[in-house]
Design a protein around this ligand. Structure first.
Ligand SMILES: O=C(O)c1ccccc1NCC(=O)[C@H](O)[C@H](O)COP(=O)(O)O
Length: 210
């Protein structure tokens, strides 16, 4: 089965259209205010209206409160949760009825123990690189983790791979890990938060060619 791709942190119509035209299976809308990719709920709603139903809309959140989730869930097919405790992930899933993605931040093999902790709470695990201590963002920093950590790992749920991917390394990432779904943000940008239609097209072409 060929891998599919999520283009994360889209905030403009032309870049969203490039992701759709290039064959992205998912797009990410970021609701973490300190992020350079932040979109307000109204802006997200307008972007979502441009999208065909087969492209899944994923909201990106960092330990969100119910108020933010209530303001955005209507726009979304899935909720992606960074830095959120397993019991809170389960509560969000039960309350909002959306496919729920738990992010497992990885730097060492021990970090993969968190996959088992979220297995009963979420629908999908997104393995992402742990960002440096003190970093402003828990994702979207172009940091890659050692993919060999996933060698032989028994994934307790459906899963996806993220962290430092770009058109030049995504082929190796998929070959090495067997990831069924891959996620990219800064690898298709010219500066933090500035997506590039040509980079989006090149990335998606590369994934489609594998
Ligand atoms: O991208 C952000 O600004 C961000 C902020 C806060 C939480 C998560 C964030 N991004 C999450 C993603 O899903 C990214 O696509 C993922 O971390 C990979 O990013 P990159 O390494 O830049 O491709």
């Amino acid at each position: 089965m060929p891998a599919t791709a999520k283009i994360c942190g889209l905030s403009t119509a032309p870049t969203l259209d490039a992701a759709i035209a290039g064959g992205a299976s998912h797009i990410g809308l970021n609701f973490f205010a300190p992020s350079p990719r932040y979109v307000a709920p109204d802006q997200a709603r307008a972007l979502a209206e441009r999208m065909p139903g087969h492209v899944r809309r994923v909201g990106v959140f960092v330990d969100p409160d119910d108020e933010l989730l209530a303001a955005t869930a209507g726009t979304l097919d899935a909720i992606q949760l960074h830095k959120t405790a397993p019991d809170r992930i389960a509560a969000i899933r039960a309350r909002f009825g959306r496919e729920t993605w738990a992010v497992v931040a990885v730097k060492t093999r021990a970090d993969l123990d968190n996959a088992a902790r979220v297995a009963g709470a979420a629908d999908l695990i997104l393995y992402d690189a742990k960002t440096p201590d003190g970093a402003k963002l828990p994702g979207g920093m172009g940091v890659r983790f050692d993919w060999s950590l996933l060698d032989g790992f028994r994934h307790p749920l459906r899963w996806a791979l993220s962290g430092g991917l770009d058109a030049g390394n995504v082929g190796e990432a998929i070959r090495r890990t067997g990831a069924p779904l891959i996620d990219v943000s800064s690898g298709v940008e010219t500066a933090p938060g500035v997506k590039d239609v040509d980079k989006i097209a090149a990335f998606l072409q590369r994934v489609a060619s594998l």
